[in-house]
Ligand binder design. Structure first.
Ligand SMILES: Cc1cc2nc3c(=O)[nH]c(=O)nc-3n(C[C@H](O)[C@H](O)[C@H](O)COP(=O)(O)OP(=O)(O)OC[C@H]3O[C@@H](n4cnc5c(N)ncnc54)[C@H](O)[C@@H]3O)c2cc1C
Length: 175
């Protein structure tokens, strides 16, 4: 049977490298992370040290410049041993893709460089009354002089409190 689709060699090499790291550095702590409902700090440190915390960050900003398949391979292999820890690379991606796709050069340098070096990013859309239906969100943003003021409450934000950068969805209050 002819193979219709085959991952690139570098994807297979990446999978092997992340799998080895996950087995050695993340799996030994997974049960304790779950049992004590604690943050997987060991996984975070191991992923940052190996450069797997945010592989999607373009090389221009100090990242690996990896494609979407590679970013998903990292998430899959970490999740294989610890679902909680897989939220480090996955939410770093979710929380920075808007900057990668549409941020100013200044913002890209500030945020993407920081995340590539190990800072965390989070994605804040959900609200108590606006989960599946984000159009019901109540958070408002208004521009005052030279900065934005956010007014509202977000909940269930993965890596909240552990992150340096937050992508927050809000409705702009027009003057
Ligand atoms: C582990 C975890 C991590 C999360 N991390 C984040 C995060 O980092 N950032 C963030 O912004 N949010 C996060 N969330 C929130 C998540 O996005 C919301 O839970 C999700 O959008 C669903 O919203 P809800 O929980 O309010 O459920 P509801 O919207 O109240 O839905 C409840 C049920 O009703 C069903 N339902 C809803 N609307 C309809 C409809 N129109 N027709 C039929 N059925 C419907 C849903 O499928 C669901 O079964 C996280 C949630 C979890 C569980």
């Amino acid at each position: 049977m002819t193979e219709t689709y085959r991952l690139a060699e570098e994807h297979d090499e990446l999978r092997a490298a992340v799998r080895a790291l996950a087995k050695k550095e993340i799996a030994p702590h997974a049960a304790d992370v779950d049992e004590h409902e604690r943050y997987p700090t060991e996984a975070r440190e191991a992923l940052i040290k190996a450069g797997f915390n945010a592989v999607h960050i373009p090389e221009t900003y100090g990242g690996q410049g990896a494609d979407g398949i590679a970013a998903n391979i990292v998430i899959e292999e970490v999740a294989r041993v610890c679902a909680s820890s897989s939220l480090i690379p996955s939410v770093n991606k979710l929380g920075t893709m808007n900057v990668v796709l549409g941020g100013s050069e200044e913002l890209k340098k500030q945020v993407l460089g920081d995340v590539a070096r190990g800072a965390m990013a989070a994605y804040a859309l959900s609200e108590r009354e606006a989960g599946s239906d984000p159009t019901a969100m109540r958070t408002r943003a208004r521009f005052e002089r030279d900065h934005w003021v956010l007014d509202g409450t977000k909940c269930w934000i993965t890596n909240a409190g552990m992150s340096t950068w937050y992508t927050v969805m809000a409705r702009e209050l027009l003057r």
